[in-house]
Design a protein around this ligand. Structure first.
Ligand code: ASP
Ligand code: MG
Length: 407
């Protein structure tokens, strides 16, 4: 008897026909005593369409109301999918995030799950039902609806799998696993049979779209294996787990990721004295803006003046500009420049620890391709370069070719 959480993304439930296919597949593969919880996203482009509706009303809608609006997308999917199971004679019930016991903080539009109390789900499973849960949403202690950030249904699925102590969390998607680079960009990209949580986390954080980063964090936290696989084939995909079980451990570099959702913010002519960086970044933190790469460079050592350059996601560029311009004015800086025509390319692999030369190799590949590097940052298991947005695909190909030459 297995307990499995299966998540189907927006493209897998885009039409009622596709929902019927899911029902057929799930019922065909289900063992008699298996307990199944299904987490779904909103149908197709529903979330984007809802966002467009909100944009017709105003350019900066209340985040609370936005979450109220966006959460309706998933509510449509769960009801239809539960009906589709019932139609095939399978007892089934749909539950919203609230009903499923998913409690979050109140940071609307990117809320974090703080606890899960799955009593209702367990009760329904015990009663022999297949439970369909709305992804991407939760509830605050004030009973306000929140959403978990774009792609947040992955997080719902993995967190539920953890709370329910499921055997595995299967993420069904339109790709058949995790690749060494985006296969739409690099045709020779290879599918991995396994990847560790830490490497996947880094790949996701650096732009690999397959999984929402927070969902991988959840998997690591609960130590739930995550199986990323295709909705359209029965082939095994990629399993994300703590350690490798196979020969894949010999890879030094696991993959090349890229991210177009980046903006570069330069604060020019900042006084070089203690407390300034704190002032700047604590204001951004208060506004819940994630800062990524940070570089401080000396503009003029005689006058004690620096430039501070950092990156944020493009979606937060406008908000960042307002905050930073205000601080720059207070400090008497020369100016603020926000550049949205940048992208980030990264190599990821736990094996780079203890293998010198990875950075040189990456820079070499970019140099030979005539690509200029604007900002560099590193973590223990990754190296990232900021480049012009219009050549990021060339950058990915050049680096992938270097680390994964065609056999
Ligand atoms: N429907 C939400 C989105 O499009 C959540 C998800 O798909 O996971 O971002
Ligand atoms: Mg979606």
């Amino acid at each position: 008897m297995a307990l499995v959480v299966k998540k189907f993304g927006g493209s897998s439930v885009a039409t009622t026909e596709k929902m019927k296919n899911i029902v057929n597949r799930v019922l065909a593969e289900k063992g008699e005593d298996d307990n199944i919880v299904i987490v779904v996203s909103a149908m197709g482009d529903t979330t984007d369409n809802l966002l467009e509706l909100a944009a017709e009303i105003g350019s900066d809608p209340s985040r609370r109301e936005l979450d109220m609006l966006l959460s309706t997308g998933e509510q449509i999917s769960i009801a239809l999918l539960a009906m589709a199971f019932q139609e095939k004679g399978c007892p089934s019930i749909s539950l919203t995030g609230f009903q499923a016991g998913i409690r979050t903080n109140s940071v609307y539009s990117k809320a974090k799950i703080i606890s899960i109390d799955p009593v209702r789900i367990e009760r329904e499973l015990k009663a022999g039902k297949l439970v369909v849960v709305a992804g991407f949403q939760g509830i605050t202690t004030d009973q306000d609806i929140t959403t978990l950030g774009r792609g947040g249904s992955d997080t719902t699925a993995v967190a539920l799998a953890g709370a329910l102590k499921a055997d595995v969390c299967e993420i069904y998607t339109d790709v058949d696993g995790v690749y060494s680079a985006d296969p739409r960009v690099v045709q020779t990209a290879k599918k991995m049979s396994e990847i560790t949580y830490n490497e996947m986390l880094e790949m996701a954080r650096l732009g690999a779209g397959v999984m929402q980063p927070r969902s991988v964090e959840m998997g690591k936290h609960y130590n739930v294996p995550i199986h990323v696989r295709s909705t359209f084939t029965t082939q095994p995909g990629t399993i994300i787990r703590e350690v490798y079980t196979m020969e894949e451990r010999e890879f030094i570099i696991r993959g090349v990721a890229h991210d177009n959702n980046v903006a570069k913010v330069a604060v020019l002519g900042v006084p070089d004295k203690p407390g300034i960086a704190y002032l700047l970044f604590s204001e951004l933190a208060k506004a819940n803006i994630d800062v990524d790469m940070i570089v401080q460079s000396i503009r003029n050592s005689d006058q004690n003046i620096n430039d501070i350059v950092f990156t944020v996601s493009k979606t937060e560029a406008a908000k960042t500009r307002i905050i930073v311009e205000e601080i720059a004015k207070q400090l008497g800086c020369f100016g603020v420049d926000v550049d949205e025509n940048v992208a980030k390319v990264s190599v990821v692999g736990a094996g780079m620890l203890g293998n010198p030369g990875i950075a040189a190799n990456m820079f070499g590949a970019l140099g030979e391709a005539g690509i200029n590097i604007e900002v560099i940052s590193t973590s223990e298991i990754s190296i990232s370069c900021l480049v012009r947005a219009d050549i990021v695909k060339q950058a990915v190909s050049a680096i992938h070719q270097r680390f994964f030459p065609n056999e």
